[in-house]
Design a protein around this ligand. Structure first.
Ligand code: ITT
Length: 394
């Protein structure tokens, strides 16, 4: 089993090896595998960002044929949260006052911001969230805190970043005055890593009991007997800012070439693109709930032998029937019309145009209320094979 840790920070890798060495013999930094892909941290929490990094690297490895069946991609996101500053700099710790500003300046500014704060008002903590994404798509998180007070002045030269200003009253020292061993034994990252070590031990034991073999992950297997289609399109719609199911589908589906989102992503298009991975061409159209963006109302694109008209559907009366939609598709020379909006799966040829709705991946409205999506396999001849898929949950 191999752990790939998504970091540039050499000190982190040393600490990770010390703590997770018990559960994994092979721990490498992503750069050691030559991965220079940098997922963008657009999340609103440490957990979001840690997961974006790990899931992004997993997608990259999958797309580049680098992912082994029993790999675990891990990343962390950490930062300093100052109560008096409403939790800032928090997830913006590295970017606080600008990425190129020195930590002398950042630390001096925080001390200045707290010039009227006394005693407990100076409370602050480092947070570290660690995310492990398994090759088979499972995701686990652990979190650790390292609490103290913002010092009156920076002290100490060990550590890095904000260490000189986190004062630990019970030791009478700042974090930068601790030895590396002392800091690791009580730090946020040390705690989160030890919690991850214990969690992984449990997961491996459970897997053993259930007979799950980490190496039984079929999507990479050349000899699995599965014939991979020439190209694959994942078609989804109406996620409405609730992306858990879509994330799950993306991580389990393995390699896809295109992702079509037929509207009402409600602002998470960037996250979805990251989850899909760099190599996946994503198409997003504007839904009736997509405000403040410049997504196109309709898209026409060719896949295989087909020309597809993609639209949300509210401009073409799809709640009533598909004739207007089919007419518009024909006018644009398309033989396939993809739409969303109704939250109900649909596949029917209407006036010579194949009209497709994958249903909603998050808020289904058909009778059984199961979230759904569609996978279209394209063979070497450019022919389509449609798979309407339902998730076994509400
Ligand atoms: P990677 O993202 O490449 O792993 P990074 O150093 O940017 O490296 P984080 O995003 O986890 O790591 O941390 C963001 C910032 O939070 C970091 O640049 C520091 O300013 C601060 N920080 C996190 N942990 C810290 C610690 O133990 N001591 C001091 N500052 C810390």
């Amino acid at each position: 089993m191999r752990i790939i840790f998504a970091t540039h920070n050499k000190n982190k890798i040393i600490e990770v090896r010390q703590i997770l060495g018990e559960v994994a013999s092979d721990i490498v930094a992503k750069s050691e595998l030559g991965i220079d892909f940098e997922p963008v941290e657009t999340g609103k929490t440490f957990a979001d960002n840690a997961e974006l990094k790990a899931a992004g690297i997993r997608s990259y490895m999958l797309a580049h044929g680098m992912l082994k069946d029993d790999d675990i991609i891990m990343s962390d996101d950490s930062g300093l949260c100052v109560n008096y500053m409403f939790g800032l700099p928090g997830i913006y710790s590295a970017r606080y006052l600008g990425e190129d500003t020195s930590y002398e300046e950042k630390n001096a500014r925080i001390i200045h911001e707290l010039r009227f704060a006394q005693g407990e008002e100076r409370a602050a903590h480092f947070t570290c969230n660690i995310c492990a994404v398994f090759a088979d798509g499972r995701v686990f998180h652990t979190e650790g805190l390292f609490e103290g007070l913002i010092a009156e002045e920076p002290k100490g030269t060990n550590g890095f970043g904000y260490d000189p200003i986190l004062y630990l009253p019970e030791y009478g020292k700042t974090s930068a005055e601790l030895t590396p061993e002392e800091k690791n034994s009580m730090s946020h990252r040390g705690k989160a890593l030890r919690a991850m070590r214990d969690l992984l031990k449990k997961v491996f034991e459970e897997d053993k009991k259930k007979g799950i073999n980490q190496a039984a992950f079929p999507e990479n297997k050349e000899d699995s007997g599965l014939v991979r289609p020439f190209q694959t399109i994942l078609v989804v719609s109406d996620s409405h800012h609730k992306d858990e199911n879509l994330k799950d589908v993306l991580s389990r589906l393995g390699m896809i070439d295109f992702l079509v989102h037929l509207g009402d992503a409600e602002g998470t298009e960037g996250m979805i693109q990251q989850y899909a991975g760099d190599g996946v061409k994503c198409y997003f159209v504007q839904g009736n709930n997509d405000f403040f963006n410049d997504l196109p109302r309709d898209i026409v694109a060719e896949f295989g032998n087909h020309k597809c008209f993609m639209t949300h559907g509210h401009y073409y009366g799809v709640n009533f029937d598909m004739t207007q939609l089919a007419e518009e598709a024909k006018l644009r020379g398309c033989d396939i019309a993809m739409f969303g909006h109704t939250h109900k799966p649909f596949l029917k040829v209407v006036n010579g145009v194949t009209c497709i709705n994958p249903g909603s991946i998050s808020f289904p409205r058909q009778i059984d209320r199961r979230p759904s999506y569609m996978v279209i396999d394209i063979n070497e001849e450019g022919e389509f094979k449609y798979h309407q898929v339902y998730l076994d949950r509400k």
